[in-house]
Write a protein that binds this ligand. Structure first.
Ligand SMILES: Cc1cc2nc3c(=O)[nH]c(=O)nc-3n(C[C@H](O)[C@H](O)[C@H](O)COP(=O)(O)OP(=O)(O)OC[C@H]3O[C@@H](n4cnc5c(N)ncnc54)[C@H](O)[C@@H]3O)c2cc1C
Length: 290
């Protein structure tokens, strides 16, 4: 590992000032579960590591007029233990539970997971299905955008140099929306997703209202399956509509062949994942028994 200077920020203002001062030479450290591996192996090691793990304002979870705010520094374990998340966005807990092992979940943060931005990230699909917004700040001010705009490509987000991800917001319109998440890996624990899927839908008079379907590990970033969603909206809830949506979703994805699974196997998993998550979100199958 190359030597670097270590700076601890006490507030987001501190962090933004340090980023402005050190520019591309600085890397942010939150839980360090991704960054430490980069520091050990990367040729482009930073000269400065900026630790934001002590910034209290990044670790709060609170309900406001515009939705549920989750600080970027909230860990996966915090998510699993939080009563407000359980009440308003419980599918986030299902996703957090699948991330690494308990040590990784205790250290790893939601913000770090989103910024690392691997296509298989497990936090992404539920947040996309719940139409989350993210807030970033930098010397130039504050920007808020839908989470789908934050993801640009594999390991690439919209963050500009000197910007910090501070907040993830589940909008009021999605609070309490029935949702479900499933991850398929080569084994039950400590595995990257071959496919992960999240669905959310309101149920109105026995029909799908504003269904949302998101998939990870099947395209350069987490995707929303807009055509599959459109095929369901307003339709009577039932297995025919769900099976059709699952087939459409598989067409919208662009899974790859690699050493872990073939493209064809991933397409099968997409259909299974969409069918099962939609079934649970729509209330016609039970989680775990889907
Ligand atoms: C053994 C192991 C198992 C894992 N299993 C999984 C898994 O099953 N599923 C999964 O999705 N991930 C998994 N991960 C990946 C990792 O744990 C998560 O992505 C974690 O959430 C990263 O968060 P962190 O706080 O540790 O990020 P860090 O390592 O601190 O940072 C990650 C990156 O994000 C940047 N960054 C962090 N916070 C911010 C911020 N607020 N603003 C701007 N930039 C920021 C850092 O500079 C760095 O580039 C695993 C990792 C390990 C080591």
């Amino acid at each position: 590992m190359k030597p670097f200077d270590f700076i601890r920020a006490d507030s987001t203002e501190d962090a933004v000032a340090a980023l402005a001062e050190h520019g591309a030479n600085a890397r942010i450290l939150a839980g360090g579960t991704d960054l430490l591996a980069d520091l050990k192996h990367s040729q482009n090691a930073p000269g400065v590591v900026l630790d934001i793990s002590g910034v209290d304002e990044l670790t709060t979870i609170s309900l406001a007029d515009d939705g549920l705010h989750i600080g970027a520094g909230v860990t996966h374990s915090d998510i699993m233990d939080d009563p407000q998340i359980e009440e308003h966005a419980a599918a986030m807990i299902l996703a957090a539970h699948t991330i690494g092992a308990v040590q990784t979940r205790n250290m790893g943060t939601l913000g770090g997971n989103l910024v690392t931005c691997v296509p298989s990230m497990d936090s992404g699909p539920v947040l996309v299905a719940l139409e989350a917004e993210v807030v970033v700040i930098g010397a130039g001010g504050r920007r808020q955008m839908p989470i789908t705009e934050f993801f640009v490509g594999p390991r690439k987000t919209i963050l500009a140099e000197g910007e910090l991800l501070v907040d993830i917001i589940i909008p009021t319109t999605s609070l309490g929306k029935p949702a479900h998440f499933l991850k398929f890996g080569l084994r039950k624990g400590q595995a990257l997703a071959l496919v992960n899927a999240a669905s959310a839908t309101w149920v109105e008079n026995g029909t799908f209202k504003d269904p949302r379907i998101a998939l990870g590990a099947v395209a350069p970033t987490v995707i929303r399956c807009l055509r599959a969603e459109a095929s369901l909206n307003g339709k009577a809830i039932g297995t025919d509509a769900i099976n059709e949506a699952a087939k459409i979703a598989a067409f919208e994805a662009k899974p790859i062949d690699d050493f872990r699974a073939s493209k064809e196997y991933r397409i099968d998993l997409i259909e299974v994942g969409v069918r099962r998550t939609l079934g649970v979100a729509a209330g016609i199958t039970r989680a775990g028994g889907e």
